[in-house]
Design a protein around this ligand. Structure first.
Ligand code: BGC
Length: 826
C-alpha cells in the first residue's frame, strides 16, 4: 500500500494554531544495512527519530507549487535506528501551505489542514526490506510551539515541551489520534534544488539602548533567517524578539515589513541555561528589538542564523574601490536572502513571493554568483506546471494571487528569458528542451495579442516599474511608454525563442519566430525611432532597451548612444530608470562608446544612484535606490523594502566590464575576456566557476603600467583583449594561465590633462569634467561653465583662470587635482 499522509484529528489549520507533534514507536530485531527516511508535509516538518532531529534541513519541504510538485527529502538514518524499540515522528508547522501569503492577506492557499508523510525504509543484509510509514498508528500531541507563521513569527513556551516525546518509551496515551488525509501522492517528487539550511551565523556588532529605552541588537548585515538565544532565567519569563531592517531616529523601524509581525516569543522553562531558535518562520532583518530579557542582555547571548537555499557559490568580483565592493556584496546578500527555496522579491514584508519580473531582471547576475540550476530549475518546473494548468504565466510563482495574471513584459516573459539565461550560463540544451513547451506557449499567446502593425500595444504592463520619477502611488506609471517597453522586450524574447528553436532542431518554429521577431522590430522602429536614431520618450530606459536589444541600425545606434550619454549626464549620473531599464543602462552606454559615462553612473553617490545606499550604510540592495532618504527617513511610498535584488542586476555589467568576462559559446566553452578599466578603478579580480572549471581574471594599473593575468580551464578557449594596450593587442589562449605586463599606450597617456589643456579636452573626459566643474561650482556657485561654447572650449584652463577676478592659487591647485584620472593616466 502506498504511504499515506496523516493529519491530527484535532488540527484545524487555523491562524495561531499550535504545531502538531507526531510520533509512533516500532521494534526491529536486527541491524539494517541501510535505513532511509523520506519525509515531506503539507505545511512544514521537522522530522525526529530516537530523540534527534533528522538531517540539517530547515523549513522543509520548502515552497513549490505543492499541488503539482511536493518535494520529498531523503535522509540516511542507518546510524540512528537501533535494535529494539525506536520512536519516529516530527513536528508539523503551517509554513507556506497553510499560513497567509501575499499582501492580500489570504491564507490556506493549498490546504485547510496540515498533513505529514514519512516513510522509513529498512534494508537488511539478506536484501529484505521493511517499511515504517505514516499510518493510523501515529499519535498526535502538542508541545512548546504555540503558534507559527512565516510572516508573523513563532511563539514557543518551553514549559509545554514534553520531555522525551521523540524517544521510545514516552507515554503518549494522552495524545490524540491521526486520520489519513487525502493529499494526492502523485504530487510527490524528488528534490531538484538544494535544501534550505542554516548557512552561517553572525554575532552582534552592537547592543544599543534606544532613545525610548528599548534594547536593540545590531547584527551588522541584513539577512534572512532568525535569532538563536541562550538564556538563563525564571520559568515563565517571556522574551520578545521583533525583527527590523532599519533604525529610524535611533529606534528599530517596522515600516518596511508592512503587516508582517516578524515577532518571535520565547517563554522560559526555568531552572538552568536554555537555548532556543524558531523553526517554522524566517525574517528579513538586521536588527532585533529585544524585550523581557531576564537580567542584563550580553551580546554573546544572541546569534543571527542566516538561512537560505544551500547553493554553491560560483562567482566573485573584487575591485580597488571599497564602495563598489560593498555594492557587489549587497547584491550577493540580497540574492542569498531572497533564495529561501523560491526566488523572491524580498524576504521581510508581507510578500516574499516568487515575482517573475524580479528574477528575470536579476537572473544573469544570479547565474554568475551561485549555481542556480537547482533552485531556478525547480522554480521553472513550477512555472510550467502552473502555466499549463491556468493558461497563463503567473506574475508570481508559485501563484497565490487572487486574480489571473495577464501577459506582461519582463514579468511573464521570464518563461522565455530565464531558460535562455540558464542555457547561456551552463551550456545545457536540456534546459531549453524542458522549457520549450512553456516558452512557445507564452510567445504564441503574446503574438496573438499584437496589433495590426505588430506592436504589443494593449493590456496591462508593469512598464519600467519603479522608475524613480513615477508617482509614489503608481510605480508602473514611469516616464517610458509601457507599451514601448513591452514591444522592446518582445523583440528580445522572440529572438531568444527563434534561437532556441534552432538549437533544438525545430526548423519550422525557428522560421516562425524569426519572422515574428523581425516583424516586431520593424514595427518598433517605425513607431518609436526616428530615422536618425532618436527614440521617443527620450528616456534612459527607452534608449537602453533600443540599444541593448539590437533594435537600431548602425547610424541610429551611434546617435542613440550619444543621446543616452547626454540624458544620463543631465541627470547628474543619478538613476532615472526602473526595473526594465536599470539592468541595461550601463551596458547601453559602454556598448556605444560611452564607457566613461557608464562608470560615472556606477560610481555616483548622490540620491538616487548606484552607490547612494552604500554611503547610507546599506548591506543589501534596496527596492528603490532612495528607500531611505538622505535625512534617514523612509520613502513614503510603501514600496521600500531594503532587500530586493532586482536593481542589483548592475553587477552583471560589472562582471562583464570590470571583470571583463563574457561567454561567447554557452557554458563559456569559448569566452571573451576584455576588462575595461574606468572611473577611478586601479585594479580588479574576478573568479567564476564555470561548468568547465574556474576562470580567473586579474588586472592592475600602477604608474602607467598594466599587469594582467588570465587563467581558464581545460576544454575552453578565450579571446583576451588586453585593457588599454598601446597596440590594442588581442590574444587567443587555450587552457592555462598567462600574464602580461606593459606600459599603457600613448592614446591613454595623451589623455593626461593639465592646467594647459583646453576646456574642450577636459569636457571630452566626462569623469574629469565632472570633478572639474564640481570644484568650479564650489568656488563660484551659480556661474555656469559650458564647454559647448566654442570660444570657451578653445580656451585653456590657465587662460580661464587669468580672466576670473579673485581666482586663487588654491582654486588652481584644486582644479589641477581634479584633472588627474586615477588609474588610466596616473
Ligand atoms: C514586488 C515587486 C514586484 C512588483 C510587481 C511588488 O510588490 O515587491 O518586486 O515585481 O510588486 O507588481
Amino acid at each position: 500500500m502506498p504511504t499515506a499522509f496523516i493529519t491530527p484529528v484535532n488540527a484545524t489549520g487555523a491562524d495561531g494554531e499550535p504545531a502538531s507533534y507526531l510520533r509512533r514507536e516500532f521494534e526491529i530485531d536486527r541491524r539494517p544495512v541501510r535505513a532511509t527516511l523520506q519525509v515531506t508535509a503539507v505545511g512544514l516538518i521537522e522530522p525526529h527519530l530516537n530523540g534527534r532531529v533528522v538531517g540539517d534541513e530547515v523549513l522543509a519541504p520548502g515552497w513549490t507549487s505543492y499541488r503539482h510538485r511536493l518535494v520529498v527529502s531523503s535522509h540516511d538514518v542507518t546510524d540512528v535506528v537501533v535494535v529494539g524499540a525506536n520512536a519516529i515522528g516530527g513536528v508539523l508547522g503551517q509554513g507556506w501551505a497553510l499560513g497567509r501569503l501575499g499582501w492580500e492577506g489570504a491564507r490556506n492557499h493549498y490546504s485547510d489542514r496540515p498533513a505529514a508523510w514519512l516513510r522509513l525504509e529498512l534494508e537488511y543484509p539478506d536484501g529484505s526490506i521493511d517499511v515504517i510509514s505514516t499510518d493510523a498508528r501515529f499519535r498526535a500531541g502538542r508541545g512548546g510551539v504555540l503558534s507559527n507563521s512565516i510572516y508573523d513569527g513563532e511563539v514557543f513556551d518551553a514549559r509545554l515541551e514534553p520531555t522525551g516525546w521523540d524517544h521510545a518509551g514516552f507515554d503518549d496515551t494522552g495524545w490524540g489520534e491521526v486520520e489519513l488525509s487525502d493529499w494526492p501522492n502523485d504530487s510527490l517528487t524528488e528534490p531538484i534544488a538544494p535544501p534550505i539550511r542554516r548557512v552561517e551565523e553572525l554575532t552582534p556588532t552592537a547592543v544599543v539602548t534606544t532613545p525610548s529605552g528599548r534594547t536593540v541588537v545590531d547584527f551588522g548585515q541584513n539577512i534572512s533567517g532568525w535569532v538563536r538565544l541562550n538564556v538563563t532565567g525564571p520559568a515563565g519569563s517571556e522574551i520578545v524578539l521583533r525583527h527590523a531592517e532599519v533604525m529610524v531616529e535611533g529606534e528599530a523601524d517596522f515600516e518596511t515589513i508592512r503587516t508582517a509581525l516578524a515577532t518571535d516569543r520565547y517563554i522560559l522553562r526555568g531552572g538552568g541555561p536554555e537555548t532556543w531558535e524558531p523553526r517554522f518562520t524566517f525574517h528579513g532583518f538586521r536588527y532585533v528589538e529585544v524585550s523581557g530579557w531576564p537580567g542584563q542582555l550580553a551580546a554573546d547571548a544572541l546569534r543571527a542564523v542566516v538561512v537560505h537555499s544551500d547553493m554553491v557559490r560560483t562567482g566573485w568580483l573584487e575591485t580597488s574601490d571599497p564602495l563598489l565592493n560593498r555594492l557587489h556584496s549587497n547584491a550577493v546578500w540580497s540574492m542569498r536572502d531572497n533564495f529561501v527555496g523560491v526566488p523572491t522579491d524580498c524576504p521581510q514584508r508581507d510578500e516574499r513571493l516568487g515575482w517573475t519580473g524580479d528574477i528575470n531582471a536579476f537572473a544573469p547576475s544570479a547565474a554568475f554568483l551561485y549555481d542556480v540550476r537547482g533552485v531556478l530549475g525547480s522554480w521553472l518546473r513550477d512555472l510550467a506546471a502552473e502555466q499549463d494548468e491556468k493558461g497563463f504565466v503567473p506574475w508570481v510563482v508559485p501563484d497565490v494571487l487572487s486574480t489571473p495574471s495577464s501577459p506582461t513584459a519582463l514579468w511573464s516573459d521570464v518563461a522565455v528569458s530565464l531558460p535562455w539565461t540558464l542555457y547561456r550560463e551552463y551550456g545545457d540544451e536540456g534546459i531549453l528542451a524542458d522549457a520549450y513547451a512553456s516558452m512557445t506557449t507564452f510567445i504564441r499567446q503574446v503574438a496573438a495579442l499584437l496589433d495590426e502593425r505588430g506592436l504589443w500595444s494593449t493590456g496591462f504592463q508593469f512598464g519600467d516599474w519603479l522608475d524613480p520619477d513615477a508617482p509614489a502611488n503608481n510605480p508602473a506609471g514611469g516616464k517610458t511608454d509601457r507599451h514601448l517597453v513591452a514591444s522592446a522586450y518582445l523583440c528580445r524574447t522572440t529572438r531568444e525563442m527563434a534561437d532556441t528553436a534552432r538549437i533544438l532542431g525545430h526548423a519550422d518554429d525557428a522560421r516562425e519566430f524569426d519572422g515574428l521577431s523581425e516583424r516586431v522590430r520593424a514595427a518598433f522602429v517605425d513607431e518609436y525611432v526616428t530615422a536618425a536614431g532618436r527614440v521617443v520618450n527620450e528616456t534612459a530606459t527607452a534608449y537602453a532597451l533600443a540599444i541593448t536589444f539590437g533594435l537600431l541600425d548602425e547610424r541610429q545606434r551611434e546617435h542613440a548612444g550619444k543621446r543616452l550619454a547626454e540624458i544620463v549626464a543631465k541627470a547628474g549620473y543619478t538613476i532615472s530608470t526602473g526595473f526594465a531599464g536599470t539592468p541595461l543602462v550601463t551596458d547601453a552606454l559602454s556598448a556605444t562608446g560611452h564607457l566613461a559615462e557608464a562608470y560615472l553612473m556606477l560610481m555616483e553617490t548622490k540620491s538616487p544612484s548606484f552607490l547612494y545606499p552604500v554611503t547610507m550604510g546599506a548591506t543589501t540592495i534596496w527596492e528603490r535606490w532612495d528607500s531611505v532618504r538622505p535625512d534617514g527617513s523612509i520613502h513614503p511610498s510603501g514600496m521600500t523594502s531594503l532587500n530586493h535584488y532586482a536593481l542589483g542586476a548592475v553587477v552583471d555589467w560589472m562582471h562583464r566590464t570590470i571583470g571583463g568576462l563574457t561567454a561567447i559559446e554557452p557554458g563559456y566553452r569559448t569566452m571573451r575576456i576584455a576588462p575595461q578599466p574606468g572611473g577611478t578603478l586601479t585594479s580588479a579580480s574576478l573568479r567564476h566557476s564555470t561548468v568547465f572549471g574556474s576562470v580567473d581574471v586579474r588586472w592592475a594599473i600602477e604608474d602607467g603600467v598594466a599587469s594582467v593575468t588570465v587563467g581558464i580551464p581545460v576544454g575552453t578557449s578565450a579571446e583576451v583583449v588586453l585593457p588599454l594596450h598601446p597596440d590594442g593587442l588581442i590574444i587567443t589562449m587555450e587552457a592555462g594561465e598567462q600574464s602580461w605586463t606593459y606600459p599603457l599606450g600613448d592614446t591613454v597617456l595623451r589623455d593626461e590633462l593639465t592646467l594647459q589643456s583646453s576646456l574642450k579636452a577636459v569636457a571630452d573626459d566626462p569623469a574629469a569634467w565632472r570633478r572639474f566643474t564640481e570644484v568650479f561650482g564650489r568656488h563660484f556657485p551659480g556661474v555656469p561653465l559650458d564647454a559647448q561654447a566654442p570660444e570657451a572650449a578653445a580656451m585653456t584652463i590657465a587662460t580661464l583662470l587669468e580672466y576670473i577676478p579673485g581666482a586663487s592659487p588654491e582654486l588652481a591647485r584644486e582644479l589641477e587635482a581634479s584633472l588627474t584620472t586615477p588609474g588610466a593616466s596616473s
